[in-house]
Design a protein around this ligand. Structure first.
Ligand code: HAM
Length: 422
């Protein structure tokens, strides 16, 4: 029986993996400019962390986690997102004790959610995310959003839409929650069983329901923006003015709810506006989580961050018909003819590589023509031919594949010749 890859996962093969590396490199470079440092946390954590961190009433915790018992009967979960783990580490490793706050961290790694796979939705996907923990200055909210927008811009994406909302502080949310319960409760029987459960736990999540999105009560539901207290309003106003200062256009969508429980104040999503992108247009999502560090057992420390999947970024690039400027050529292909030359070519490619040059040779006893074909396929800038004659004279014939010029070079000077002609 031939084995098949599990549903919702993918192999990223050479030819495609270079696009991933390009994006990851850009993300790391941006984080360096913005001074976010990398954090690597385990792929699995104790289940309780996500139940507490992401929220019991969320779809993620209720139906999407890969949870299993380890050999000692402990409940373990493959991480569905990166924020809870990052905050756990911030608390456990006492990063809050560093006098320089906020603590600015980023991660790139696989996340796991048992979702129905479709275009842009996987069961294993790679998130690039950042978290700034320890400041409630709206300037850091604007910085986080600007880093996300900058990454998309720097890989060439143009058709983007930034949507922001404020979920308010605890007091505003409480008032809004009561208004939502009053709005939905009399007719909750007309909603799906998930929404019926959400009514008391977290009625805000009703607004995010896919099944009941057409119900008339959805449109008339009280908007959070009407329930923001003065402090929440002024926080939101300040964020908007910073975004304007940074030349970042945005739309306010009072229905932007987000699927995780830890948010307050700023919530945002970046969508692709490209035609033919498919049903799932959200590229990135994030927001502020002022209570999460305490919920996870740490001190009072407000945080904000976002995450985006690399899969969706690359899909958006495809939808916009933009190909990344990837380096595809190699410096030198060594063609060897005859046994002695073949033996010598082993150390010659090694010397090229040690000098920092990309080099390849034949390992299949191919004829000269086929070796040249292989060099062409690899887009070699130079092809160096070593036959018995050349070996005897201690020379090698180097062909510049762009100009067609051929030069006989002493083998002793071969490496420096390629280096200098590059
Ligand atoms: P999220 O909205 O659940 O937020 O996910 C963020 C991003 O991860 C999505 O916008 C999407 O790009 C990607 N994503 C999520 N699920 C899938 C999937 N099944 N397949 C492919 N891509 C997916 C969070 O995860 C929060 N931790 C973000 C955050 C960080 N908030 C504050 N800090």
């Amino acid at each position: 029986m031939a084995f098949q890859i599990p549903r919702g996962t993918q192999d990223i093969l050479p030819g495609e993996v270079e696009r991933w590396q390009f994006v990851e490199q850009k993300a790391r470079e941006l984080c360096r400019l913005y001074q976010y440092k990398e954090i690597r946390t385990p792929i699995f954590e104790h289940t309780e962390l996500f139940a507490r961190g992401v929220g019991e009433s969320t779809d993620i915790v209720q139906k999407e986690m890969y949870t299993f018992e380890d050999r000692k009967g402990r409940s373990i979960t493959l991480r569905p997102e990166g924020t809870a783990s990052t905050v756990r580490s911030f608390v456990e490793k006492k990063l809050y004790a560093n006098p320089h706050q906020p603590t600015k961290l980023y991660y790139i790694g696989p996340m796991f959610r048992y979702e129905r796979p479709q275009t842009g939705r996987f069961r294993q996907f790679v998130q690039f995310g950042i978290e700034a923990i320890g400041s409630h200055d709206p300037a850091i909210d604007a910085e986080v959003i600007s880093l996300a927008m900058n990454l998309y811009n720097s890989v060439g994406l143009k058709k983007l839409k930034l949507i922001i909302n404020s979920l308010g502080d605890h007091e505003s949310r409480k008032a809004h929650k009561e208004a939502l319960i009053a709005h939905f409760e009399p007719r909750i029987g007309e909603f799906c069983s998930d929404c019926q459960n959400r009514l008391k736990q977290n009625p805000l999540r009703i607004l995010d329901c896919k099944k009941d999105s057409g119900h008339e009560l959805m449109k008339s539901a009280p908007s959070i923006l009407e329930y923001l207290n003065e402090e929440s309003v002024s926080y939101f106003e300040k964020l908007k003015s910073y975004l304007t200062d940074l030349n970042i256009s945005y739309e306010v969508d009072p229905n932007l709810v987000r699927g995780l429980d830890y948010y307050n104040h700023t919530a945002f999503e970046i969508m692709s506006d490209a035609e033919g992108f498919g049903a799932i247009t959200t590229l990135a999502g994030g927001g502020r989580y002022n209570g999460l560090v305490e919920d996870i057992g740490g001190p009072k420390a407000p945080g904000i961050g976002f995450a985006m999947s690399i899969e969706r970024l690359l899909a958006a690039l495809n939808a916009e018909g933009y190909s990344l400027p990837l380096e595809e050529s190699i410096d030198c292909y060594v063609v060897a003819l005859g046994d002695k030359a073949k033996d010598r070519s082993v150390s010659l490619v090694n010397e090229l590589r040690q000098a920092g040059l990309t080099a390849e040779k034949d390992y299949e006893d191919k004829k000269m023509k086929a070796q040249f074909k292989a060099a062409d396929r690899l887009k070699a800038n130079f092809v160096a031919v070593l036959g018995e004659d050349e070996l005897e004279k201690n020379i090698i014939t180097v062909k510049n594949m762009e100009t067609g010029d051929q030069t006989e070079v002493s083998i002793n000077h071969f490496i420096s010749f390629i280096q200098e002609s590059k």
